[in-house]
Design a protein around this ligand. Sequence first.
Ligand code: GTP
Length: 362
Amino acid sequence: MKAIILAGGFGTRLRPLSCTRPKLLFPLANQPILDWTVKALAENGVDTVVLAVNYMAEAIVRHMGASKYGVSIIYSREERPLGTGGPIKRAEHILGRDEPFLAMNGDVVCEVDYRRMVEYHTDREAVATVALVEVERPERFGVAQLDEEDRIIRFVEKPKPEAAPSRLVNAGIYTLSPEIFDYIPPGRPVSIEREVFPRLAERGLLYGYKISGPWIDIGVPEDYLKANAIMLDKVAKEPVIGEASEVEAEVVAPTVLGAAVKVGRDSVVGPYVSVGDGVVIGRGCRIENSVIFPGAFIGDFTSIRNAIVGENAVLGRWVKVEGTSIIGDYVNVSDNVTITSGVSICPSKSVSESILKPGRVL
Ligand code: GTP
């Protein structure tokens, strides 16, 4: 079976973190988002993955290569972004017309039994089956209205709470039959949600497949940290400490430290922390529910809670970084600086004074 992953897109809201690493290569429990997805597809019998790429395509090609986890990887490059439907049409010659295939947004973290989803799709002779997930607050998403046979009658995009027809939202994972190619106009950006699915719904060819279990659409820092926590729960019930690391501190599970990490005495790292390779953390530090990218340096007595620290960033001593802030790659933060919640500091900036209001530092 084949699958196509939408791996383009600018990732606007997390973009301040890195100029060199596309969102899908951000680590979750020290492994890129894309690796988790391709591995799960391999475990579900997928043998070929098409990666639809545009923005920072080279970094993705370099990282994934021609095959990984026993799956062949084929790249479909867009000269300009083609949205969520256009890349599927563009890859028609690779996906072929023989059998249904999977299509998914690359920035979704979930657990889906893909084999069962394809069976469900085939049994109903659907053209498209959309994985649906129940959420507490559907207002941010496309909300499905189903008939009694689980056909999707329509999606209501970002409805007011009282107007939501259900709490089941589009999870960004689809099984598609080759007839789908006849519904996507070629050569231009197409939104599968807005242009293609409504036409299928009118004809009764669009089905919903309910999934349960964890599901995160990684858009904003909170979601990214939640996705990281889900993966840490899977792989780091006991603390994981990489090769050649020197740790004099307390590491609280679930937490992963990469290779050649140093942590000084009296520090506490965890719970829910991913620390990339080569990171140095001084003494007396407190780090909790955060992702620290490779090569970062954290000075003595610094505390980081619910935040993301980019590659090779340098934080001085007694620095305090608070909730859902982003410290970009190569940023330099001086001693004693406090960075409050909701701050994004763009790559390579130097910060020598506290930032006490949320916002972006360019
Ligand atoms: P925001 O800009 O923050 O909304 O993020 P995004 O660019 O990731 O957009 P969105 O969340 O809507 O994208 C859903 C998925 O589709 C993500 O996995 C993107 O990588 C991918 N994607 C978005 N636009 C394109 C595109 O034009 N081409 C391709 N190939 N993938 C895309």
